[in-house]
Design a protein around this ligand. Sequence first.
Ligand SMILES: [Zn+2]
Length: 145
Amino acid sequence: MCVSEDAQSISLLNKSTPIITCKPLYNGSTIFVLEANLVQLDKSALVIYKVDYELMHKHLGHPSKDVLTNAPKHVKGFPRDLEVPSKSPVCPGCVQGKMPASAHPPSETRATVPFKRIHSNLKSFPMVLYHKYKYFVNFIDDYTL
Ligand SMILES: [Zn+2]
């Protein structure tokens, strides 16, 4: 299939046969008319797009390459012909998602007595450690900073 256009119309063609033609109702009109013809399409003409890794990555919420590689085995109807590139450009959405949230703005005041204001952070390790620890938390007394 291909697209043909001129100053008056645009057509979707199967070989040289127009399938759909879009043209203005009359010269200069902003109302367009679709003319469609029934044609017998061969099977290869029915595929008008190719599954694209970048498109799937963005539309499925930025899954990892590992997830997209294994998805056809576990997801019914998932495209089998998705080619996961070994090297691909850095995805801006993924980079932004991995950036830590901006810290709280610096405080203009300080605690005047111990334990009046405590700063804390809770972090998780990417895997359970040898001693079975998964998280760590720290507490900092603003007075002793
Ligand atoms: Zn991404």
